[in-house]
Design a protein around this ligand. Structure first.
Ligand SMILES: [Zn+2]
Length: 279
């Protein structure tokens, strides 16, 4: 083997390792867009106007994706740890005294950017940034694996095969199940988002928007994370087969749908609270 091709292989291996160690950043674009579209439908007139005043032509659905679009940009490196929170393996709830990292996690970030958005005295640019980050983080905190464990980076280090492709368990939860569902039902993110929006009952709407405390949202995700780890896929009997079978996808898809709906309703409620009354 020539030195050059040897070097190539090393470079590719190092790059591959670096990429596999990069933490994924939440629901894929489709999940975040659905959450934004559901939230938009929840806004009262004043909040809708205020959102439009800040975002201009950018839809709330697109604003929900902004924090993933800027990943990799040096000036926004500080955003990376804010997409998630880690808890110890035996924890049943998150504890900000123990897991808080001086505010450098998702729970405190939601509180922080909500306050900035609320404050109409703040410069517009600062409030636009706050809205984009808040819209993204309210989505992420409802992805169970964004409230999970440091040792495997929220399932990013757990490699599985799903739909014939090797990826991380985190990525299956971010987008794999959603893609599988959309393909099977021939849905786009718009039509899946509309179906989710239309099936939210008044009782769910009331229940989900009752508490706007992100600690409670994180605790719900941690309960799900515990059940996800308790039901990790068995090694497949057939060599090369998927780790996640059709029945695994059917088992978890209602949870995925429920978390997308809940996040959408709560993002709407948070924005109504922050922007929905004239101040
Ligand atoms: Zn994220």
């Amino acid at each position: 083997m020539s030195t050059l091709s040897r070097l190539h292989i090393i470079v590719i291996a190092v790059l591959g390792l670096a990429m596999s160690m990069t933490r994924c950043f939440g629901w894929g674009g489709d999940g975040h867009r659905m959450i934004g579209a559901i939230a938009q439908s929840q806004l009262n007139e004043q909040a809708a106007e205020a959102v439009k005043g800040l975002l201009g032509d950018e839809t709330l659905a697109e604003a929900c994706c902004w924090a993933d679009k800027i990943r990799g940009e040096k000036e926004y490196a500080w955003v990376s740890p804010l997409h998630y929170i880690n808890a110890p393996r035996d924890a049943k709830t998150v504890d900000l005294d123990r897991d808080g990292l001086d505010g450098q996690q998702i729970v405190s970030s939601i509180g922080k950017y909500r306050e900035i958005l609320k404050d109409s005295e703040k410069p517009k640019e600062e409030r636009i940034l706050a809205l984009r980050l808040l819209a993204h983080f309210v989505g992420d905190i409802h992805q169970p694996l964004h409230v999970s464990y440091k040792d495997d980076k929220g399932g990013n280090m757990l490699t599985v095969t799903h739909l014939g492709t090797r990826s991380s368990m985190h990525s299956v939860w971010d987008s794999g199940f959603i893609k599988q569902h959309c393909k099977k039902m021939e849905l786009s993110w718009e039509t899946m988002g509309a179906a989710l929006r239309e099936t939210i009952t008044p009782d769910e709407q009331r229940r989900w928007s009752q508490s706007l405390d992100p600690v409670e949202w994180a605790n719900e995700s941690l309960v799900l994370t515990i059940s996800i780890y308790a039901k990790l896929p068995e090694p497949p009997k057939v060599k090369g087969a998927d780790d996640f079978t059709e029945s695994d996808a059917q088992h978890w898809m209602p949870t995925v749908a429920d978390r997308l709906q809940t996040a959408g309703v709560r993002l709407g409620a948070v924005l109504n609270d922050a922007l929905g009354s004239s101040k």
